[in-house]
Design a protein around this ligand. Structure first.
Ligand code: FAD
Ligand code: NAD
Length: 396
C-alpha cells in the first residue's frame, strides 16, 4: 500500500476509545490516518449508568468529552451516527457523509434484546446511554409528582425492573436508595412504593455464586425490593406488565434489563451473527474479512469450554489492547497477537456501601466489595484519562 493506510474506528465506548488511545501511543508519525466516529462528542462510562438512571448520581459524572481523551493531532474525531457498513466497498455510511477505510474497528456496543416480547419496545425503558438514563431519572421523579395529584394511582409508585442480571440488580440497589429521598421531597409515605425485580431464570444473577446471590437478594429485600424469580415477563402494556403466570402488575415504569444483543447494522452488513454479535477469530477479526476487527458487545469470544464469554467492559478493554497491537502489526507486516481473555473477576454494586464480587478466587461482599468496586471504577478512569480524570470524575 503506497498511500497512508486509513483506520476507521466505529464507536467510542470501552473498546473504541481504548483502541484509539493505544493507537495514538503506538503509531509513528504518518504511519496511518486514524478516524474515530461516535454519535456523541462524549464517551460514557456505561458501568456507572445505573446510578444516574436512579438519580443517585449526576449524569455528568458518567461522561467524558472525547476530545479530552484523544490527541487531535493524531486522531480525527467525527461526531456522527453510523447508519450502514458496506464491507464490499470498504465504506461506512454516516448520517453526514461517507468514510472509506483500509482497516475497520467495530465497537458500536450492544442493543437491548427484546426477545420479541410484545409491547417491550413501546412501553419499557433501557439503561443504555446518557440520554436514556436522563429520561429514566426524570420519568421516575415525575411519577412522584403525578401521584400527588392522583393519590389513587398506585401504579405511579410501582417500579418494575425486568431481568435480575447484573444490570437489573445494580439498578434496583440504586433505586431502593433513592426512594426515601424522593418520598421525603414529595411528602409520600415510603410504604406506598413498590419495586419489583422480575427474573425468568430459576435464580437472580444466573450462573453467579449462589452464596453471593443470596447475600445480594437479602440486602436488596431489606431495602424494599420484591423479587419474582422464575417468572418471565410475557408482555408489556400501557398499564404495566403481564407475567407468564398470568399475573398483571400495574406500573407506570418498566425498566428492561433483560439482556443485550449486538448492533443491528452488523446483520444488515451481511456478516454472520448470533443474536447480532459476530464470532471473531483469535486475532479479533471477522473470519473472511482480515481488515475488520470487532470488539466488545458486538463480538463473541469463546471460552476454552466453548461458551461465549459474557459481554463486559472488562473484555472490551482487553480486546482493545490486542486490536491496537494487531492493527499496528498489520500495517508493519509483523506478527499478530492472539487474544486470550484474562478474567479478573466480577464485582457488582448493591447500592450505597454494599456490593458482591469474586476477585481471583476470592468471594467478597458488603463494604469490602463496595470499596473494590470503587477501585475498579477509578482504575478505568486512570486508564483512559490518567490522574486528572480520576480527580475530576472519581467519586471519592
Ligand atoms: P459501549 O461501551 O456500549 O459503547 C458503544 C459506543 O458506540 C457508544 O459510545 C455509543 O454512543 C456508540 N454508538 C452506538 N451506535 C452508534 C452509531 N450508530 N453511530 C455512532 N456511534 C454509535 N461491564 C463490566 O465489565 N463491569 C461492570 O461493572 C459493568 N457494569 C455495567 C453496568 C451497567 C448499568 C451496564 C448497562 C453495563 C455494565 N457492564 C459492565 C457492561 C459494559 O458496560 C459493556 O459490556 C460495555 O460498555 C461494552 O463496551 P463496548 O465497547 O462494546 O461498547
Ligand atoms: P444479562 O443477559 O446478564 O441478564 C438479563 C437477565 O434478564 C437474565 O438473568 C435473564 O434470565 C433475564 N430475562 C430475560 N428475559 C426475561 C423475561 N422475559 N422476564 C424476566 N427476566 C428475563 O443482561 P445484563 O444484566 O444487562 O448484563 C449485560 C452484560 O453486562 C452481562 O455480560 C453482564 O455480565 C455485564 N454487566 C456486568 C456488570 C458488573 O460486572 N458489575 C454490571 C452490569 C452488567
Amino acid at each position: 500500500m503506497s498511500r497512508i493506510p486509513r483506520i476507521v474506528i466505529l464507536g467510542a465506548g470501552y473498546g473504541g476509545i481504548v483502541t484509539a488511545i493505544r493507537l495514538q501511543k503506538e503509531l509513528n508519525y504518518n504511519e496511518a490516518d486514524v478516524t474515530l466516529v461516535n454519535k456523541h462528542d462524549y464517551h460514557y462510562i456505561t458501568t456507572h449508568l445505573h446510578m444516574p438512571a436512579a438519580g443517585t448520581d449526576n449524569p455528568e459524572n458518567a461522561r467524558v468529552s472525547i476530545l479530552k481523551l484523544i490527541d487531535e493531532f493524531k486522531i480525527d474525531f467525527v461526531k456522527s451516527t453510523v447508519v450502514q457498513i458496506r464491507p464490499q466497498e470498504k465504506k461506512v455510511i454516516l448520517e453526514e457523509g461517507t468514510l472509506s477505510y483500509d482497516y475497520l474497528v467495530i465497537g458500536l456496543g450492544g442493543e437491548p434484546e427484546t426477545f420479541g416480547i410484545p409491547g417491550l419496545k413501546e412501553y419499557a425503558m433501557n439503561i443504555r446511554s446518557i440520554n436514556s438514563v436522563r429520561f429514566i431519572r426524570e420519568h421516575i421523579e415525575y411519577q412522584f409528582a403525578k401521584f400527588k395529584r392522583e393519590p389513587s394511582r398506585t401504579d405511579y409508585l410501582t417500579f418494575v425492573v425486568g431481568g435480575a442480571g447484573f444490570t437489573g440488580i445494580e439498578f434496583v440497589g440504586e433505586l431502593a436508595d433513592r426512594i426515601p429521598e424522593l418520598c421525603k421531597e414529595f411528602d409520600i409515605d415510603p410504604s406506598l412504593v413498590n419495586i419489583y425485580n422480575i427474573e425468568a431464570a430459576p435464580t437472580a444473577l444466573p450462573g453467579f455464586d449462589p452464596e453471593l446471590v443470596e447475600y445480594a437478594m437479602n440486602v436488596l429485600k431489606n431495602k424494599g425490593v420484591t423479587f419474582k424469580i422464575a417468572t418471565a415477563i410475557k408482555e408489556c402494556t400501557p398499564e404495566g406488565v403481564v407475567l407468564a403466570t398470568g399475573e398483571e402488575i400495574k406500573s407506570a415504569t418498566i425498566i428492561w434489563t433483560g439482556g443485550i444483543r449486538g448492533n443491528h447494522m452488523l446483520e444488515e452488513a451481511g456478516f454472520e451473527t448470533m443474536r447480532g454479535r459476530i464470532k471473531v477469530d483469535d486475532t479479533l477479526r471477522i473470519p473472511g474479512h482480515e481488515n475488520i476487527y470487532v470488539l466488545g458487545d458486538c463480538s463473541i469470544v469463546m471460552s476454552p469450554e466453548g461458551r461465549p464469554y459474557p459481554p463486559t467492559a472488562q473484555i472490551s478493554m482487553q480486546q482493545a489492547e490486542v486490536c491496537a497491537h494487531n492493527l499496528v502489526a498489520q500495517i508493519r507486516n509483523s506478527e499478530l497477537q492472539k487474544f486470550e481473555y484474562k478474567p479478573k473477576g466480577t464485582v457488582a454494586s448493591l447500592g450505597r456501601g454494599e456490593a458482591i464480587g469474586i476477585v481471583g478466587s476470592r468471594k467478597i461482599k458488603g463494604g469490602v466489595a463496595a470499596v473494590m468496586k470503587k477501585v475498579i471504577d477509578l482504575r478505568y478512569l486512570y486508564i483512559i484519562g490518567g490522574i486528572p480524570l480520576v480527580l475530576k470524575k472519581g467519586r471519592f
